[in-house]
Design a protein around this ligand. Structure first.
Ligand SMILES: O=C(O)CCC(=O)C(=O)O
Ligand SMILES: [Fe+2]
Length: 240
């Protein structure tokens, strides 16, 4: 088994209320994959100020992408921000234009807050998503593009409407992948509670995926008929 040391998370300094501290969850997914969830990461009012800024000023687009060989309109708005000179991002056959951090100063403030919570991390790119209601979603995927390396750390900040974020263990490609197992195939293929984790991503929350999460797990934000309001999500990433 591969061994990967996961870095520590800084204790939150701006609220010493033990009931808030209790809202920081660290979920060990096994095999050196980990998720951290901090429900109250950015104060409520500041989160609304940033929500309204981003909703109004970010140059949102809804690009045409390719999924399983088919062209379709991405079911959410998006925008990409990155430090100049990095390898360009391409996903689902789409290469977004990279805007600069300087054009949207609040993004640098949010990035600073994320860096404070994750000492030793240095994010240099940001994918923004806007879900304009419950019909907007992101399907099952992993952020496992080569430019992020084998163990990408992804820090996800959410504003506005709460939505469910689900992580699911990647199904094994074929039974021979599970070599060394004495268990019968039927038993191995059975659903296990530990193979799925769900989070209601709150206004102002931070969720971090790290270690081998992108290699071994997939995630999605499914459609939700009852979610009417807009949600904005920022995923900070490090391009190698
Ligand atoms: O909106 C979210 O919480 C997740 C977005 C996501 O998975 C992505 O942009 O890769
Ligand atoms: Fe993702």
């Amino acid at each position: 088994m591969s061994v990967l040391k996961l870095k520590a998370v800084a204790p939150s300094t701006d609220n010493d209320n033990p009931s808030d501290a209790a809202k920081k969850q660290i979920i060990d997914l096994g095999n050196a994959s980990e998720v951290i969830y901090i429900q109250r990461f950015i104060p409520f009012d500041q989160s609304w100020k940033w929500f309204h800024y981003l909703d109004k000023h970010i140059p949102w687009t809804r690009p045409t992408i390719r999924v399983f060989g088919k062209s379709c309109v991405q079911p959410r708005d998006t925008c990409y921000v990155a430090t100049p000179g990095l390898t360009e991002l391409t996903y689902s056959g789409y290469q977004p234009r990279a805007y600069s951090w300087d054009e949207y100063p609040p993004l640098k403030d949010i990035l600073d807050a994320v860096h404070k919570a994750l000492p030793g991390s240095s994010f240099n790119s940001l994918l923004l998503n806007r879900y304009k209601g419950g019909n907007d979603y992101v399907g099952w995927h992993a952020d496992d593009e080569k430019l992020y390396g084998p163990t990408p750390e992804i820090a996800s900040v959410s504003f506005g409407c709460e939505r469910e974020f689900i992580l699911k263990k990647r199904p094994p490609k074929k039974s021979s992948d599970v070599d060394g197992s004495d268990e019968p195939a039927k038993k191995r293929l059975k659903n296990n509670d530990a193979d799925q984790h769900s989070f209601t991503l709150k206004h102002g929350s931070l969720l971090v995926m790290r270690g081998y999460t992108q290699r071994d797990w997939i995630h999605s934000v499914p459609k939700r008929a009852k979610a009417e309001a807009t949600r904005i999500n920022l995923t900070f990433r490090h391009v190698l």
